[in-house]
Design a protein around this ligand. Structure first.
Ligand SMILES: Cc1cc2nc3c(=O)[nH]c(=O)nc-3n(C[C@H](O)[C@H](O)[C@H](O)COP(=O)(O)OP(=O)(O)OC[C@H]3O[C@@H](n4cnc5c(N)ncnc54)[C@H](O)[C@@H]3O)c2cc1C
Ligand code: FES
Length: 270
């Protein structure tokens, strides 16, 4: 029988990997989720707690998928605390994906925003010259650096880490490095996912140099399928029209980088 992607599939978490003191990857078996496109997401039901939107992480085993979760409030902490052998419900995939250019590419990820960036790396061509920028608050919160290096071993590439406090890699905000790189180099495509202020500045810097840039947005999601309106950014619904949007379109949206809606749907400043 064909699977209805709007019905949660009950999956058993098979492995849990600690990435940082606050981030874990939960690996499970699912052919559909193993093959999603970069930028697509799933709605993940943590029984007895809540359902939350999550990007789908790659794994190195065929037919396996994963979620990389940072513990935050009740839902993400509930998912973070799921142990190997326990079950979660997974529906989707939902949303569009990045429009991958060829040539010289710049990927900018912060925190769990690195999840779609890692999947995007599995789609680059061997002849692409790829720079990955990883932004973190401090050394403890750096993850996926080794994975990015490994995924790009066939390519001309560099993986650059910035930390806000300078405890690892380059000191400073990742967006200052974006500004430097786009001022010194031409890129055929710039892609970003992470905290909205990081994406906003990345889009601004890249767009100001006339570069093609896309960002994958996160908004409060309840239904995940374009019904409840909770994920709107201006006229756009992130779950239905995104999560990936072109930089030019985003910069014309007055909410991007400035406002988001809380759980009650009220517009708040970032
Ligand atoms: C498309 C998409 C992909 C995501 N991928 C990941 C991922 O790979 N890893 C990860 O750790 N997190 C991811 N998130 C964020 C994650 O869904 C939220 O951090 C989580 O829902 C927070 O819930 P909470 O109860 O733990 O926190 P709360 O204490 O309730 O809220 C903490 C923060 O999370 C936001 N938030 C709360 N509920 C939701 C919700 N239902 N939808 C979106 N944001 C919410 C709040 O606005 C607030 O800023 C993603 C979000 C979206 C929209
Ligand atoms: S989450 Fe309900 S419309 Fe997008």
């Amino acid at each position: 029988m064909q699977r209805n992607h709007n019905h949660p599939k009950i999956c058993t978490v098979e492995k849990v990997i600690d990435e940082t003191p606050t981030v874990r990857t939960l690996v499970f078996s699912d052919d559909v989720m193993a093959n999603v496109l970069p930028g697509q997401f799933a709605m993940v039901w943590v029984p007895g707690i809540n359902e939350l939107p999550m990007s789908v992480m790659i794994t190195d085993e065929p037919g396996m998928a994963a979620f990389t979760v940072r513990r935050h409030g009740p839902a993400s902490t509930g998912l973070y605390n799921v142990k190997a052998g326990q079950k979660i419900g997974v529906r989707g995939p939902y949303g569009n994906s990045f429009d991958l250019k060829q040539g010289r590419l710049l990927l900018v990820g912060g925190g769990t925003g690195l999840v779609p960036m890692m999947r995007l790396l599995t789609f680059v061509k061997p002849e692409d010259d790829v720079t990955v920028l990883i932004g973190a608050k401090s050394k403890d919160e750096v993850f996926f650096e080794g994975m990015a290096e490994n995924l790009l071993k066939q390519n001309k590439h560099q993986v650059i880490v910035t930390t806000d406090d300078g405890s690892y890699g380059n000191k400073g905000y990742v967006t200052d490095m974006v500004d430097k790189l786009v001022s010194e180099n031409h890129y055929d495509g710039v892609y970003t996912c992470g905290p909205e202020i990081m994406m906003y500045k990345t889009v601004q810097h890249a767009h100001s140099k006339g570069l093609f840039v896309q960002a994958s947005l996160e908004r409060m999601m309840k239904c995940g399928v374009g019904i409840c309106g909770s994920c709107c950014v201006g006229e756009d619904l992130v779950c239905r029209d995104g999560t990936v949007f072109d930089g030019k379109h985003l910069l014309s949206n007055k909410e991007f980088g400035h406002f988001h809606r809380n759980k009650a749907g009220i517009l708040e400043n970032y």
